[in-house]
Design a protein around this ligand. Sequence first.
Ligand SMILES: *Cc1c(COP(=O)(O)O)cnc(C)c1O
Length: 368
Amino acid sequence: MIPFVDLKAQYRTLKQELGPVINNVLASGAFTGGENVESLEKEFAAFCGARYAVGVANGTDALFLGLKALGIGAGDEVITVPNTFIATVEAITLAQAKPVFVDIDEKTYNIDPGKIAEKITKRTKAIIPVHLYGQPADLDRIYALARKYGLTVIEDACQAHGARYKGKRIGAKSRIACFSFYPSKNLGACGDGGMIVTDKEAVSRKLKMFRDHGQIKKYKHEVAGINSRLDALQAAILRIKLGYLEAWNEKRRENAAYYNTLLSRVKGITIPYISPGVRPVFHIYAIQTDNRDGLQQYLQKNGISTAIHYPIPVHLQKAYRYLGHKKGDFPIAEKAARHLLSLPMYPELELKQIDFIAAKIKSFTGGN
Ligand SMILES: *Cc1c(COP(=O)(O)O)cnc(C)c1O
């Protein structure tokens, strides 16, 4: 059996180190905020090359609080993509703003910058590009549009910890970049967690206020905020794991490169396209094929678990029916939803397992 992700393999590597760290937190009696959270914020900001980082309860909150800190709310429109995890869009609607979708680029599956301008109205306040699968979106063109139209950019970097755009890590030049530490992300907690990085001190101060019931001092509530704490236990665990992140990302890139060599000439299979100037982190390794569902079943029968990211684009989800979209509104995102298949991908995946997976794909397609 080859699982889609293998968190137990990661635990085997870290067991010795995590034990004492967890015990220290338990003995300290400090479970929310405190030294581990503050240190992780500093260390993660430094890792990204960002000025400020603010720990929160999860990636969805990171995006929601990012919007709140920028003052985005009722009556505002926020541009994003329909092929993302629903949390990107939930953050917009939690802030009571309206999601406005832009179709994706057919090669990178990221937002198509050429289609953004036509969606900008007087109400548009922000663009949320998603660095899907760990490949940075076309940030130069997105930030240029934002400057031209006076918008802000909130990057959904929940799949892109450590990814580079023109040499710089995501977060290094971001107004706001949001990360999730959901267990299966490239940097994952043993539970939930999230982080926002920003280059603006004022934004970081607002974020700290919003995540803590809108208070600047105990029981002095400036605004209506929420409770979005990052646990000390998770922060302590994440500090250990952060030390491995670059090596893990490198292993993911090696695995992706090996998949590419084996699959690049297989008939009917399209391997991931990587834009010039980016260094992705392969949170997901997804191929495109016509008989996607058939291939997925065949691989499952042969002991290989795969996944689909994402089977239903957000504009066709029942939850967002009220936005009034229909099939055909975002044809490239819809095609991606029908054709993409995510293959097993994690740092501990072995080359001989990739050999086996590729061999099974070839035997299904009848390829060479
Ligand atoms: C995981 C993820 C989120 C949300 O993160 P949570 O920590 O699960 O709330 C948001 N956007 C994208 C693209 C994600 O992959």
